[in-house]
Design a binder for this molecule. Structure first.
Ligand SMILES: [Zn+2]
Ligand SMILES: [Zn+2]
Length: 393
């Protein structure tokens, strides 16, 4: 029975992911367009399909002919040739969108690798004529001044205003609105500091977060099992409330402390869970992803008259973080820690020194050069960010 349930869980997950990636949608459209089955499709069919997608008005980008005097205009009212000037798919999005989805579809039935037009073996999206067409639209769009869509950068100055305005706003809110706003503000701050798109924030496990002694910061993605393994995904932020206008670590704590008054626990589960109407954690809803949160981000920015086309991707170019640029060193340190249990704690502390080389560990009461490993191991256990109820250490 367990086997059957596990299998159906896997198959359902697979089906959901398929739907999301739209692999089947595009492949079905191609088969219908060409009137063929998947094994009979050739490079010419793919080319015709791409051309069809470029003229059937599904594109969103205005592309003018290179000699058109209206280059750069979003509409075509004054254009003499409405065939040469039209809405198209961006070259980049056609490549990573339609073509890569079709490629996955062909791969699924074993059609991959070099395409052979005579035997129809291999992947027809890799045929010479299709690559030529992709090169052609890239050049065409280059000449008409179409540049790839890039997310608007969330600058530090804007983030300062945003955090400030939202923080003030929250003070005047009550109940569930206040709870939700605190969570969103903490997610925005987290994403800015962690240079993660908002999608990443949805996966942070609360219990895998540790608090640096004397509440000097937070370290995320620490795995605290018997092996004390800390992978390269681990990264941290220091408290900057003394020197900066706002502090991600403090804002996250504000969220956690307030959420606890609603009975939400952070000993297990996610740091940023989805919430139900009555303010309880909704475990059935999917974790936060960019698309779930982009509407809220737009609404929040608009409320403070700060919106300029930002999307969750805008956070990618955000703040600074103590990421593991020396990841290899840390990995090695942690590996050694795993191998030789005796010095685990010492190595672990050294790992954190890699993470925060400039941090004053002495001030935090930790002598990383020479410390009794048992003492440090016990200290580190108490570093778990939200282990104990009550105020942070
Ligand atoms: Zn034109
Ligand atoms: Zn802080």
């Amino acid at each position: 029975m367990l086997h059957a349930r596990r299998k159906s869980f896997f198959l359902e997950d697979l089906r959901n992911r398929r739907e999301k990636t739209r692999v089947d949608v595009y492949m079905d459209a191609l088969k219908k367009f060409a009137g063929k089955q998947i094994y009979d499709l050739d490079g010419g069919d793919v080319l015709d399909f791409l051309i069809f997608k470029d003229i059937n008005d599904s594109g969103r980008t205005s592309v003018h002919y290179k000699d058109c005097p209206n280059i750069g205009a979003p509409t075509f009212e004054k254009c003499s040739d409405r065939v040469l000037c039209a809405k198209r798919h961006q070259a980049a999005s056609m490549r990573i969108g339609i073509v890569s989805k079709l490629r996955r579809g062909f791969e699924d039935v074993g059609r991959k690798g070099v395409y052979n037009p005579r035997t129809l073996q291999g992947d027809p999206t890799r045929s010479a004529i299709v690559s030529e067409y992709l090169g052609f639209i890239r050049m065409e769009q280059g000449m008409s001044g179409v540049v790839p869509n890039q997310a608007v950068t969330m600058t530090k100055g804007k983030m300062d205003k945003f955090m400030d305005a939202m923080g003030l706003d929250i003070e005047g809110r009550r109940g569930l609105t206040r709870l939700r706003m605190r969570e969103r503000r903490a997610m925005y701050a987290f994403c800015f500091s962690a240079i993660k798109r908002l999608a990443g924030a949805g996966h942070v496990v609360a219990s895998n977060t540790i608090r640096i002694p004397i509440n000097e910061g937070l370290v995320f993605n620490c795995t605290w099992d018997k092996t004390l393994r800390m992978g390269v995904h681990c990264f941290g932020i220091l408290c900057v409330k003394e020197t900066d206008k706002w502090c991600t670590h403090c804002i996250i704590d504000e969220w956690v402390l307030y959420a606890r008054t609603w009975g939400i626990s952070f000993e297990t589960g996610l740091l940023f869970p989805r919430l139900k109407k009555e303010g309880k954690v909704d475990h059935r809803k999917q974790r936060w992803k960019s698309k779930n949160i982009s509407d809220s981000l737009v609404r929040d920015l608009k409320r403070y008259a700060l919106y300029q086309g930002e999307t969750p991707q805008s956070f990618r170019h955000g703040g600074t973080v103590n990421s593991l640029e020396t990841g290899h060193d840390l990995e090695r340190t942690m590996y050694l820690a795993y191998m030789k249990n005796r010095t685990t704690a010492q190595n672990y502390a050294k790992g954190l020194c890699f993470l925060f080389p400039k941090f004053n560990w002495k001030k935090a009461g930790v002598d990383t050069a020479d410390i009794d490993s048992v003492t440090l191991a016990m200290q580190m256990q108490s570093w778990k960010a939200w282990r104990n109820q009550g105020p942070p250490l």
